[in-house]
Design a protein. Structure first.
Length: 335
């Protein structure tokens, strides 16, 4: 986790100005994606109940803009809002899906030039075409909606394109695959800014999964589970109640009275990842919550979260979040 993220988190907990998010809306903006940013960031609160973000919508030129639906949106702010933003997010527009390529409008280019150095920049769905056309993704890892992936790669060969992810984060420049993965991207940014506890609270308020890792495949053709066959929910509930101890695949399968092979297949169909990987994710979430909200020692957190030892937990947090347990606690522990 870089120093800029740590500074943002500590400033918020110290009661300084809210993190300012600016949404750069274009004509024919996808209304769902525009609302995602307001809904997700708007719910983030400190332990004292204070709003952690200020979200504003701006456009290259203020006024009414069309959406992909049967209504328009009146945008009061012009591109000057971008110069004051800590994070800039570019949602998709219907025009992005046209087969022919077009250069950026001069007004859009001028608006992007107002983004201050050091600001975090993100796109949702095909908003990545804007970032790439502006040169912001050159040499960086990025993704976009799978339906537009071939056209994106052909037009921007200097971008390190990754189709099989929900979102990417390359040193403060982020992209997401589609509308729903925009939710994952926003939660990822909140988690980076203020920790897992805040992000999880927002996820619960929106009734969405608290964490789908960016590396999860965005589009996988797989059969729907047979509704007559029991799901893996019983095993998952049992695992969450027993995270503090070692859990084997055989034990998980036993909760559903099935073989390990059948259980693994059903689990992948239902959750989209392996049981082992899912368990690791849940333990990381549990560890982060304990580091943020309790006075347990690092060793006690490791045991309670099911990692067994502080060394094992340190390796997993370093691989997943890029920080040690003590650094995570120092950054995200409230006053």
């Amino acid at each position: 986790m870089d120093n800029m993220c740590e500074d943002r988190a500590m400033a918020a907990f110290a009661g300084d100005a809210r993190h300012r998010v600016a949404i750069l809306a274009r004509d024919k903006v996808l209304s769902f994606e525009l609302s995602i940013v307001h809904r997700i960031f708007g719910q983030a609160r400190s332990a004292a109940g204070a709003a952690l973000y200020e979200v504003v919508t701006c456009a290259p030129e203020p006024g009414d803009i069309h959406t992909d639906a049967d209504f328009t949106v009146t945008v009061a702010h012009g591109p000057e809002a971008l110069a004051e933003a800590d994070t800039v997010i570019v949602p998709a527009s219907v025009d992005d899906f046209e087969p022919r390529s077009r250069p950026l409008e001069p007004s859009l280019t001028a608006a992007l030039a107002r983004i201050r150095p050091g600001a975090r920049i993100a796109s949702i769905c095909t908003g990545s075409f804007v970032l790439a056309a502006a040169g912001l993704l050159t040499g960086r890892r990025a993704t976009t909606h799978w339906r537009s992936s071939a056209r994106f790669q052909e037009r921007f060969p200097d971008v390190l394109f990754d189709l099989d992810v929900l979102y990417t984060d390359d040193d403060g420049v982020l992209t997401s695959a589609g509308g729903a993965s925009g939710i994952d991207l926003c939660l990822h940014m909140i988690r980076t800014d203020y920790g897992a506890a805040v992000a999880n609270d927002v996820a619960r308020g929106s009734v969405v999964p608290p964490h789908r890792e960016g590396g999860q495949a965005q589009y996988v053709r797989r059969p729907m589970p047979d509704p007559r066959i029991s799901s893996t929910s019983k095993a998952r509930r049992w695992a969450l109640a027993n995270l503090h101890r070692p859990i084997t695949l055989r034990e998980l399968a036993a909760q559903e009275s099935t073989s390990t092979r059948t259980f693994t297949r059903r689990f992948r169909e239902e959750i989209g990842t392996s049981p082992g990987r899912w368990l690791t994710q849940q333990r990381i979430e549990r560890a982060c919550s304990l580091l943020e909200r309790t006075d347990l020692s690092i060793d006690e957190v490791a045991v309670t979260a099911g990692f067994g030892t502080a060394g094992s937990m340190r390796l997993h947090l370093q691989a997943e979040l890029g920080v040690s347990p003590s650094a995570y606690r120092a950054t995200f522990r409230g006053p």
